[in-house]
Design a protein around this ligand. Sequence first.
Ligand code: FES
Length: 168
Amino acid sequence: MSNETNRRDFLGYTFAAVAAVGGAASLVGMKKAWDPLPSVLAGGFTTVDLAALKPGKPETVTWRGKPVFVLKKTDAMDKDERDLIIGNDRFVVAIGLCTHLGCIPAWKKDVWKCACHGGEFNSSGKQTFGPPPRPLDLPPFGVKGTTIVLGEDGPEHKKIAAFLATQA
Ligand code: FES
């Protein structure tokens, strides 16, 4: 065998090895892209214990990749048909995306303010200032004791959704 043939064989084997490694790497990448996210594997449900909330201090949880605001209202905050009432407490559950162009509003004192174009939503999630055309959207949820399960479609959600539909 000539030196030239050996060299060609070596280049051929090298190319095959590099192609095999590259192919395996892309298969791993494709598998990752096809695999569902952990939240989807869990059925897309997010459980939130509302009893842990402090009045007037909303928390943000993630449900199916979206921020969801959960607020326990203080006694000084307006009562609203949208409120989820559990025992003596009133809660607001709302998708945390501005209904104007989808920015995430921030809680300032007692309203959610959107930094993008100055929109504001009150403690009931209703738009009160700026360009947002409607209240913060309502995610589906079910209630079990003081816990809500985002992604379920319980009677409490249906009732509030029916009220919001009359406001549109
Ligand atoms: S995106 Fe919130 S006011 Fe425009």
